[in-house]
Design a protein around this ligand. Sequence first.
Ligand SMILES: C[S@@+](CC[C@H](N)C(=O)[O-])C[C@H]1O[C@@H](n2cnc3c(N)ncnc32)[C@H](O)[C@@H]1O
Length: 262
Amino acid sequence: MAKYNDLDIANWKNYNEIYTDTLWLIDKRDNSGMHSGSYHGNFIPQIPYQLFKRYTKKNDWVLDPFAGSGTSLIEAKYLGRNGIGIELLEEIAIQAKNRIPKEINPDNKIEIYIDDSRTFNLNKVLQNFKIRNVQFVIFHPPYWNIIKFSEDKRDLSNANSIEEFLFGFGKVIDNACGVLEKNRYCAIVIGDMYLNSEIVPLGFKCMNLFLDRGYKLKAIIVKNFEETKGKLNQKQIWRYRALASDFYIFKHEYIMVFKKVK
Ligand SMILES: C[S@@+](CC[C@H](N)C(=O)[O-])C[C@H]1O[C@@H](n2cnc3c(N)ncnc32)[C@H](O)[C@@H]1O
C-alpha cells in the first residue's frame, strides 16, 4: 500500500492522540502557536491536525481553497508541511499572511493568494514552486448563506440559491482537486442548515458533488459544534424555541474524507 502518512505502524500503540473513530467530541479549541481563533466562521486547529497526520507526510503540499484566517495553513507549517491557500477576503488573508511566518518550521513554504478559488490558476502557482501536484486538499466552504463573509458576488456565501452555491462549490472542487495527486485524499468540513422550516442537508448535497465526480468516500465523521462565544441566554432562547416547536438544535457538523482514484 502506498504510503500517504508518516505513521510507523510497528509503533501503532504510541499514537493515542490520533483519532480513529467517527465521532469527534472536542471541548476546547487548541490556541497554541500562531492560531488566533477570532475569525467568525473559522474551524478549530484540531481538525486539520488530525487530517494532516493521517493523510499527509512531512514536506507534502496541502491546499486550502477557503483559507480564511489560515487555521489549516498554520497547522500545516506547525507539522512541517507546505501549504497553498486561496481566500477572497483581502483583509483576512493579509492577517493570516502576517501570522504564518511566525509559526515553527521556517523551511516549509506557505503562501496565500487573494483570489476566487473557482478560477484561480493553480498550475501557474505549482510551476512557481516547481511541484506537479498537491497531496491533500482541505475544503471549508461557507455553509451557503449561514454566515455572509462579504459583499463580493464571487463569495459562495452570496449565492442566490442552493443550486448556485453547489454549482460554484463544484467548480472549486474541480479546480482544486485538478492538481491533487492521484491516490491521495481531500476532505470537506461542512454543516447542515434550516430554510423555510425544513432541513437543507447541505453536508450530504456537498458529499454528492464528490461522489458524482468519482471520488471514493472514506469517512463521514460527526464533530460536535460548541458555540463557545454564544451567550447562555441565547442558548436558552433556542432551547425554548425548539421545545415549543418541532425541530432540534444543530450541534454537529461533518468532516468527510475522499480519495482521488482516477
Ligand atoms: C468557513 S470560512 C473558512 C475559515 C477557515 N477554515 C478558518 O479557519 O479561518 C470560508 C471562507 O471562504 C471564503 N470564500 C468564499 N467564497 C470564496 C471563493 N469563491 N474563493 C475564495 N474564497 C472564498 C470566505 O471569504 C471565507 O473566509
